[in-house]
Design a protein around this ligand. Sequence first.
Ligand code: PMP
Length: 451
Amino acid sequence: MHDSNFLKEHNARHLWHPMAHPADSLANPPQIIVGGEGVEIVDIDGHKSVDAVGGLWNVNLGYSCAPVKQAIAEQLDKLPYYSIFRGTTNDAVIELSTMLRDFFEPDGLSRAFFTSGGSDSVEIALRLARQYHKLRGEAGRIKFLSLKKGYHGTHTLGASVNGNANFRSAYEPLMPGCYHILAPYTYRNPFNETDPARLAQLCLAALEDEIRFQDPGTIAAFIMEPILGAGGVIPPHESFMPGVREICSKYGILLIADEVITAFGRTGSWSGSRHWGVKPDLLCCAKAITNGYFPFGAVMISDGVGEVFEKDETGKGSIGSGYTYSGHPVGAAAAIACLAETERLQVKDNAAARGEQLFRGLEALKHKHAVIGDVRGGHGLMCALELVADRETKAPIDKKTIGDVHRTTYENGAMVRVSGNNVILSPPLVLSEAHVDTILNALEAGFASVS
Ligand code: PMP
């Protein structure tokens, strides 16, 4: 293998990173990760750290999940690929759809449409929503509503419902007919409302106001993450998602839960929708469905939506969407093993317990370090620290300081993720109490270095 400097230089010259400036790789070379074991990763210089990012919120079972690795190897030997476009299917994907029906049964979701990842799942859900309304004779329902600060992937429909300017502005004009509602973000909102329940009511009122303004008969769907993830881990008040469900039902609007992060136990419940006691019409998942070992995703479909397509006799219910890798047998085999392991280990329970420990530890850090303006979490293993230059004005921290926190934390044994002025934590759900302590101690060193 080439040495670290050679690889870093070639990385900067020949490889563009997602969500990064191409000029940045030379000045700030990325860590070259060469190994993973349990919940730890090891870089090319032999430095080990607890992966407090869990890959990208997806390696829920860690890096040594033997049943998933074995399932992938066996499926590669048996049938490495075949399409499931009309006319063919494969046994692995059929078995998986049955398992997913059982898994999501409490969410009222019974059919699956398979994709190659989260952005694909979002795209398919939005397409299905428009098609559903057309099939029911409401062709005018074409618009989409979503939350500011929401993240819904990189494809054009998904980017159009994204609620963060940095994922949108370079690519505008995006799809017309997409409108954004105020998110229940207590730390920053135009009303300076710090009470989560009252802010949830204000956001629900804003949603209903926008629906009336747009004309309910023009709106196909509202898409939301049960807990905003990439936008900075923003859990809403418990009344919010049930309130959204009620408003959507009142106006005949489909509710799409984007659970690319929250499905499969991360929130301490098996799905983010279930966490809030809500049944969505469509649910997008990906990421942890294969523990990150294979690019794969699914849209889960409710009986109500499913039957409209299945009962169509005009032919217009035919699904004109799909990917070469929809229902990939290796991905399906990985997902079967992953689901079985997820349930066998009941990972949601550890996510809840370790999430509580992590959240408490982060709140203790906030008391010691003035750069921590806000700590968010408390719902399983997804937390964020929002860093500020000044707690009074809440001015965001500068890039250098947050970069220093990140680097020192890494040097002290934990990989965390920086997104804007947030430090984001989403470790594997199988981590131990001692691993959480390692993350907290590493962060303590990170913050001490800038205090
Ligand atoms: N939706 C949400 C809520 C996500 O967090 C992400 C990815 N972080 C996506 C969609 C896009 O998924 P992918 O990166 O697999 O395309």
